[in-house]
Structures are given as C-alpha cells and as structure tokens.
Design a protein around this ligand. Sequence first.
Ligand SMILES: Nc1ncnc2c1ncn2[C@@H]1O[C@H](COP(=O)(O)OP(=O)(O)OP(=O)(O)O)[C@@H](O)[C@H]1O
Length: 231
Amino acid sequence: MTSADVLVDARDAARTYGRGPTTVVAVHGATLQVRAGDRTAVVGPSGSGKSTLLHLLAGLERPSGGQVSWPALPTPPAQPAPTRQIGVVFQGPSLIPALDVVENTALPLVLAGMPEGRAHQRAHASLHDLGIAGLARRLPEELSGGQAQRVAIARVLTQAPRLVLADEPTGQLDRATADHVVDVLLSAVDMLGAALVLSTHDPAVAQRLAVRREMHEGRLLAPHGTRGPQS
Ligand SMILES: Nc1ncnc2c1ncn2[C@@H]1O[C@H](COP(=O)(O)OP(=O)(O)OP(=O)(O)O)[C@@H](O)[C@H]1O
C-alpha cells in the first residue's frame, strides 16, 4: 500500500469552536487513515466529537489545527475537498419533503448536471439494488424512519462515491430497524467497493464493523478490536 491508496488522511486534525472563555475543542488532534475497503466505526457518547470528526473527513469543515487530505481522490481546484467522491449519510431526515423517493435519490446527479432521465434511471437502479424499488413514488412523509434512511443510502449509492461517511445513521431507529439499515449500508459499500466510516453511540452497531475507534471528549483513541462480523 502506498500513500496514494489512502482515501482520507487526517493528521493531528483538530476543530475548535468559539473564542476565549467560550472555546469548545470539539476534536483534539485526531489521526486516522482510511483506505479502500476499510470499515471503521467511530464510537462514543453524545458530544464526544464524532460528527465534527466526520465533517472534517468529508471536507465539510476545515481543521483549526493539523491537516486533512484525500491523497487518492482528485480534488478540484479551488474546492476544499473532493465532495463528488465522498458520500455522506446524515443522522436526521435529510430528504427534500416536496420530492418523491426517485427524485430525492437522483437529486445529486441532477445537480451535478446529469440529464434528468438518466439520473432517474440510475436512481431506480440504486433503489432496486437496496430492495426498496417499491418506495419509488412515495413522498418522504410517507416513509418510516428506517425506509427514509435506506433512501438516503440509495442516494449515496447513486453517486458511486469511493468513501462513504455515515454520521449516526441509526441514531433514531429501533434495534431491528437499525440492524437492517446497517446491513443495507454494508451491502451498499460492498457493491461500490468503497470505504466506510460510520459514527455511532451504539456498541452493537460498532461491532458490525471491522475496526472500532473510540471517541472520548474530543479525543480519538487508538484502535482496539481489529475484527468483527461483516455482512
Ligand atoms: N457549530 C458548533 N459550534 C459550537 N460548538 C459546537 C459546534 N458543533 C459542535 N459543537 C460542540 O462540539 C462538541 C462535539 O460535538 P459533536 O456534534 O461533534 O459530537 P457528537 O459526538 O457527534 O455528538 P452527537 O452524537 O450528540 O451528535 C460538543 O460539545 C458540541 O456542543
């Protein structure tokens, strides 16, 4: 493996909010490398800095200290990060209420300039791959939490990213639905040949990924447990 295989390389990356007495250090210097095929869980309680770390890895936030780079992903000039090759699954409802499931799934492709017909074809294919083709014409308000999260995963799959970052994707779901959403996410990244970094406060979800990195009060601890069941 060379450094060119590294999809994201965080070196001592830190993120601080505010100034003076109101300063919050959300992430102390975090060091993490993610390569193709990696399945990494970032596990820790609420407020430990998981979302902030994922935002740094996605290039959605700039580090206040240290560096984040994407050696294996082409970064367009004048852009902070290679966003088209990174898919993000957010915790909360992230679907556009006025668009149906196919339109939501196709939206990133349409915004990137793909003709609508082709984008919808790709969206249908992703929905089919994830076993939710039957939801295609529903509006978000007609979906359960688990169904909405599967649509959010289909939307990421449609973009064929090489790195998937999932921020507490099961945080609002019951155990059985959470397990199913993790199944869907793991099969989606397998289909893509992508890497996955998933944040969770739920040890049972973290167990499903090969590598677990614990976060505690903004600090990313050394890896422990190198293998876990994968589906
Ligand atoms: N935009 C912001 N401005 C100020 N403080 C912030 C901001 N974003 C996060 N924080 C603070 O940084 C710390 C880490 O927050 P973060 O959301 O990364 O944790 P988390 O582990 O993802 O929590 P949760 O699981 O509840 O989402 C918290 O103390 C939070 O209040």
